[in-house]
Design a protein around this ligand. Structure first.
Ligand SMILES: [Fe+2]
Ligand SMILES: [Fe+2]
Length: 138
């Protein structure tokens, strides 16, 4: 396990905490993968797609609330979400290249996810807690 979700990581909204817990779960599946199925490129791509698809869903819910509550950092936050997909897609493309050493790229992905977890989830996401709670969303 590279990442663990604890109460300290809470954004103060149950639905969104559950999303984050699920994202941590998928990231940890990816970490376990690097220690076991290192040769199965398709399985790896499948896991990455699961992560990207769930992130897409999760970001769309956050952004729905931003609009609903007229959140002040909507632009900056939405840009970060867009950047996440650009970066993840570039990494997935690298892994899909049959000539690539994809096990190396997997570590890049894990590094990137760890960084995302620290800087987006535990910093940018937490900034919406006040606005969301003030609007009755817990
Ligand atoms: Fe989030
Ligand atoms: Fe976010």
């Amino acid at each position: 396990m590279i990442i663990e979700w604890t109460e300290e990581n809470s954004v103060g909204v149950k639905e969104l905490d559950e999303h984050h817990q699920n994202l941590v779960k998928i990231a940890n599946k990816l970490y376990d993968f690097t220690r076991t199925n290192v040769k199965d490129r398709n399985k790896l791509i499948e896991l990455l797609n699961e992560l990207v698809n769930f992130s897409k869903y999760h970001h769309s819910i956050e952004e729905k609330y931003f609009k609903k509550f007229n959140y002040e950092h909507i632009e900056r936050h939405t840009k970060e979400h867009e950047k996440f997909f650009v970066n993840m897609n570039a990494l997935i493309k690298k892994i899909e290249d049959p000539k690539s050493d994809f096990s190396q790229t997997t570590f890049e992905v894990l590094d990137y996810l760890e960084d995302w977890y620290l800087n987006h989830l535990n910093d940018e996401d937490k900034k919406y807690t006040k606005t969301f709670n003030e609007n009755g969303l817990f």
